[in-house]
Design a protein around this ligand. Structure first.
Ligand code: ADP
Ligand code: ASP
Ligand code: MG
Length: 461
């Protein structure tokens, strides 16, 4: 297709040091005929470090904030020094220097006021992707690739929900067409920072932790890309987190729905919002390993193949709080559930798993600081208790509703484990339950051993 392009997103580890960035350059070189647009994360651990310095500045600790900023400066200069020849590095040095001066200036400002707002948090966090996109553009140019830096804040438009802003697709698509499309047409490789965006009035926002995958999907959908490649540090989407189960198998093909469910319930390899733009434009997404580029990875597409195993994968999401709401006096009262959900809505707290009885409701939420305020609000309606350090375990597979005895099989494996909540049937593809957080490694290992002894070679590698 004359207009076609692909989007390649490289995560933090994939741009974590000079060697990793060299590998990126080699991978991009191999894709030039497919007209790639590159989206990069901040170098590994940089966003965490930026948030740490923002918090230090916010608490008035200017010294710590500036020390952390200086470490970051060193790391970026050293990486640039390794990647670029002397002439290129000299040129690039002042460009990076300007960014670091702006960062330090901002940190001094925050420390002087002694207050950190979500808006300034986003400004500080944005430096990670601003710096890495500049570094990768310079490295690709040094490899003779015609690379052009595109500031994502000029293309990706969001609302003003700082730290987890929502993209405004129509405006974004227009800007991508205006700014990136001509570069593709002229044979240039655009390089953009993931995660960062801006409001209609040009104020920097970020789209949520791990959001560079989502950025890649927004860019891919906006440009009508042929495919979106998510390059990371593992061979693909696996039957469970390989850092928990080293014997996890690679999933060769998985459906959008299954991948979205796994991402939502903790498979960090993919940001949960990524699949949405891809589904809307039916663009296949590939998960690939930048440290093992010849591996064919995982393809996520509209339809997955039929699988002989009950499940495709197991995910777990930690730091969950269970909120128990009990209201004997509301017995059968009309509107009880509505008033509970309205309270969650007022506090903007999303709910994951719900189970109800006649007089009580249990709900799970991501642990966060809003919970005490929510509990106080709910206490007007009912008795409220909440308990943290829980985890959701989610098993995903097609047509679970059709398979007899599947719940017995799962819970039979866990007969000695305290299960706090169970949910099955809301979607045809997931079985979810809640346990104590410290049980996750053992539970996941046991389930993985039970259900993936004999992996279907059509689906798993
Ligand atoms: P990146 O920096 O490339 O975005 P992430 O750290 O966000 O990478 O995601 C990759 C990590 O996701 C892997 O190193 C792995 O530990 C974790 N992970 C969790 N669940 C899965 C899974 N089901 N398949 C593959 N990786 C997973
Ligand atoms: N750098 C951002 C983060 O660490 C976004 C990303 O890597 O996807 O959350
Ligand atoms: Mg990630």
């Amino acid at each position: 297709m004359a207009n076609s392009c692909i989007v390649m997103k490289f995560g933090g580890t994939s741009v974590g040091d000079a060697k990793a960035i060299e590998r990126v350059a080699a991978i991009v070189c191999g894709r030039l005929p497919q007209r790639p647009v590159i989206v990069v994360s901040a170098m590994a651990r940089v966003t965490d470090q930026l948030l740490r310095m923002a918090r230090a500045a916010g608490s008035g600790d200017r010294k710590t904030a500036l020390t952390l900023a200086r470490e970051l400066r060193e790391r970026h200069y050293n990486t640039a020094g390794e990647l670029l020849g002397t002439a290129l590095f000299t040129q690039f040095h002042s460009d990076l220097g300007t960014e670091f001066e702006e960062l330090e200036e901002r940190l001094r400002g925050i420390a002087a006021v002694g207050e950190l707002t979500p808006r300034t948090t986003d400004h500080v966090a944005s430096f990670g992707e601003v710096l890495s996109s500049k570094l990768v553009t310079a490295a690709l140019s040094a490899h003779g690739i015609g690379a052009s830096l595109v500031d994502s804040r000029d293309c990706i438009v969001t609302d003003e929900t700082f730290t987890r802003a929502a993209p405004l697709f129509e405006e974004t698509n227009l800007k991508l067409t205006e700014l990136v499309r001509p570069l593709i047409e002229s044979g240039r490789v655009s390089v953009m920072g993931g995660f960062i965006a801006s409001t209609r009035t040009g104020i920097t926002t970020t789209i949520g932790r791990g959001g560079s995958d989502f950025s890649a999907a927004i860019v891919g959908a906006g440009l009508g890309a042929e495919k979106i490649e998510i390059w990371t540090d593992v061979d693909g989407m696996m039957t469970t987190d390989p850092s928990l189960c080293p014997d996890a198998h690679r999933i060769k093909v998985i459906s959008f729905d299954e991948a979205a469910e796994l991402a939502y319930f903790g498979a960090k390899v993919l940001h949960p919002a990524t699949v949405l733009p891809a589904i809307q434009k039916n663009i296949p997404v590939y998960i690939l390993n930048s440290m093992n580029p010849s591996c064919e990875g995982t393809r996520i597409a509209a339809q997955g193949p039929h699988c002989k195993n009950f499940f495709k994968a197991i995910a777990a999401k930690k730091r969950i709080t269970i909120v128990d709401v009990a209201a004997p006096r509301m017995l059968l009262a009309h509107g009880f559930l509505r008033s509970i959900f309205e309270a969650f809505d007022r506090h903007r707290i999303p709910v994951d798993v719900v189970s109800t009885s006649e007089v009580s409701v249990s709900l799970t939420v991501d642990s966060n600081e809003q919970i005490p305020a929510l509990a106080a609000d709910l206490a007007r309606l009912a008795d409220v208790k909440y308990e943290g350090r829980k985890a959701i375990v989610c098993l995903v597979g097609e047509n679970l509703r059709e398979v007899p005895g599947i719940a017995a099989h799962v819970f039979g494996e866990l007969s000695d484990v305290k299960i706090r909540m169970i949910s099955q049937g809301a979607s045809e593809i997931n079985l979810t339950f809640v346990i104590d957080e410290d049980q996750v490694p053992a539970v996941v290992k046991r389930l993985h051993a039970a259900f993936f002894k004999d992996p279907d070679p059509e689906v798993f590698a």
